[in-house]
Design a protein around this ligand. Structure first.
Ligand code: ADP
Ligand code: GLC
Length: 499
């Protein structure tokens, strides 16, 4: 029997293009699947960051035009490979759409033609699959940017023979970003207006590409079991809860994995010292000292150092963090290092605070892979008080780096951080601190508890650190679960099946 052939379709993929965890996942999952005997091909826009990535990029003989927005727009297919793998990455090359500064936005804001750009991307992908004669069993679509693909297969857009057999999977990484556009963008999709109705592509009068993917995919997955339950409820469903509930058991949660070839303190090239669970005190000590120096903080091995690497978006709990910083700066001895970019409002507040308290708070408003690794290694605790968190990768990195995560009990944070409850402590299974009440007081209490342990109960602290470092969140586990989903999806005859 031929091996399963999965096409990953996404708008980000490490090391080619990344703005957040989506990129990490789409760069690592295909490689983990390959290790399970799956043949993987991936599709990505040929953004500027891709062309400048330094990876060898080859032309293919395939080029075509797509009729969109009243014009014929040319597309070339380029090809590269994910490093250390056999995963072919096909690049949709259309410089006017994709050779730009940012993936979705520039300093002025979101690109106005995002609907046209990603409709073009999806339409090119289905054409490319045909031209390349890839014998695909499953298209694995990630987030709204790939949400049209399941609809194209359902509607047989282009009438391609490969669509007869193929199954589609839609993975939701973040329901808050739905790809909503005004209704008159519908013709850009190439689909008939008949699909623009409240049960399919329409949502409150607008076109909704996330909803489109959820409705038409054979199976829907999201990135943790807790988030899979949460999004069936109005508080987290962002208006799509009824549609999600209607998917029943064909909505599945699978926690993301970590690429330990990139995120491992034993081998990490970005650190001043490498370390493992056997010698973390010395290793982290060196990393902490360097971090304090680099951020201009008072160098002191005993002051608790709290780290944050995060998009500056409401999702990530800045409405709790900033008031807490204001309250703690004068009162407490704790130090903070923060790396993030995003909302100008938060950037300004953080900058002002850092200027006022330079020895206690270090802030970098940039996107730096290197600094992200250095914070993971050099801090004592890692803060992630997200309002909601589909999975979250940074808490998984912190576990491995011995930086104890302090998290709000939501989504993937519940599934991956074991709270320092009396019971877990007595079992020796705690790996972090969780708080349930999304409030400044809730966060403050959890953080204070962590600091108390850190300062006053060294043996217990070490147990928590080492418990987290020993946890295994490698992709192997998640890939096995995706394999099950793939096989189950293939066995289902149609959407109407109860599987
Ligand atoms: P999300 O995808 O919601 O932003 P995740 O925790 O899943 O959250 O993933 C975030 C990813 O982006 C991590 O790999 C993290 O290290 C990275 N990241 C976020 N902000 C920055 C930044 N300013 N510099 C470098 N890496 C960042
Ligand atoms: C999204 C989510 C994050 C998740 C990531 C990768 O950006 O916000 O929680 O880890 O996707 O799945």
């Amino acid at each position: 029997m031929n091996s399963l052939h999965v096409a990953t379709i996404s708008s980000e993929m490490v090391p080619l293009a990344k703005t957040g965890g989506l990129g990490d996942v789409c760069g690592a999952l295909p490689i983990a699947l390959e290790q399970n005997g799956v043949r993987c091909s991936s599709f990505l826009p040929a953004y500027r960051s891709v062309l400048q990535s330094g990876l060898p990029i080859e032309p293919t003989q395939h080029a075509f035009t797509i009729h969109i927005a009243g014009r014929y727009v040319a597309c070339r297919i380029l090809k590269t490979r994910l490093p250390n793998s056999l995963v072919d990455v096909y690049l949709i090359d259309q410089p006017q759409y994709f050779d730009r500064d940012g993936l979705y936005a520039n300093r002025q804001g979101e690109y106005r033609d995002n609907c046209e750009r990603f409709s073009f991307f999806c339409r090119s992908v289905i054409e490319a699959i045909d031209q390349l004669q890839l014998d695909i069993d499953i298209v694995h679509c990630h987030d709204w940017q790939a949400g049209l693909i399941p609809a194209y297969i359902h509607a047989r857009l282009g009438n391609f023979p490969w669509m007869e057999q193929v199954k589609s999977i839609m993975t939701i990484h973040n329901l808050a970003y739905q790809g909503r556009f005004w209704h008159l963008d519908m013709p850009l999709t190439g689909l008939d207006w008949q699909y623009f109705n409240w049960q399919q592509m329409e949502f409150h009068g607008e076109l909704n590409l996330m909803k489109t993917g959820i409705v038409f995919a054979d199976t829907v997955t999201t990135v943790s079991p807790t988030y899979a339950s949460e999004i069936r409820l109005p508080a987290y469903g962002c208006g799509l809860e009824d549609i999600l509930r209607s998917r029943g058991e064909s909505l599945v949660g699978i926690v993301n994995g970590v690429d330990y070839t990139q995120w491992n303190p034993e081998t990490d090239k970005h650190l001043p010292a490498n370390y493992s669970v056997a010698n973390w005190r010395e290793g982290k000590g060196v990393c902490k000292e360097r971090l304090q120096q680099e951020f201009g903080l008072t160098v002191n091995p005993d002051t608790p150092l709290i780290g944050i690497v995060s998009r500056l978006a409401d999702q990530k709990g800045w409405d709790l963090i900033i008031p807490l910083l204001l309250r703690w700066m004068d009162e407490r001895e704790a130090q903070w290092v923060i790396l993030g970019t995003g909302d100008a409002r938060y950037e300004k507040q953080l900058q002002q605070l850092a200027a006022e308290y330079p020895r206690k708070l270090g802030v970098r408003l940039e996107f730096s892979e290197e600094v992200a690794h250095q914070i993971e290694a050099g801090c004592d605790m890692f803060l992630m008080p997200s309002r909601y968190e589909p999975c979250g990768l940074n808490q998984l990195y912190s576990l491995k780096y011995g930086s104890v995560p302090i998290v709000h009990s939501t989504g993937g944070l519940v599934d991956t951080v074991r709270d320092a409850s009396v019971e877990n402590l007595s079992l020796g299974s705690a790996t972090g601190f969780r708080f349930g009440d999304y409030s400044i007081a809730g966060l403050e209490q959890a953080l204070q508890l962590a600091i108390d342990f850190y300062l006053q109960n060294k043996p217990q602290w070490a147990q928590i650190v080492e418990g987290g470092m020993r946890d295994d969140w490698s992709w192997a586990h998640s890939a096995t679960q995706y394999m099950e989903v793939f096989h189950k999806t293939i066995q289902c005859e149609s959407l109407s099946d109860s599987c």
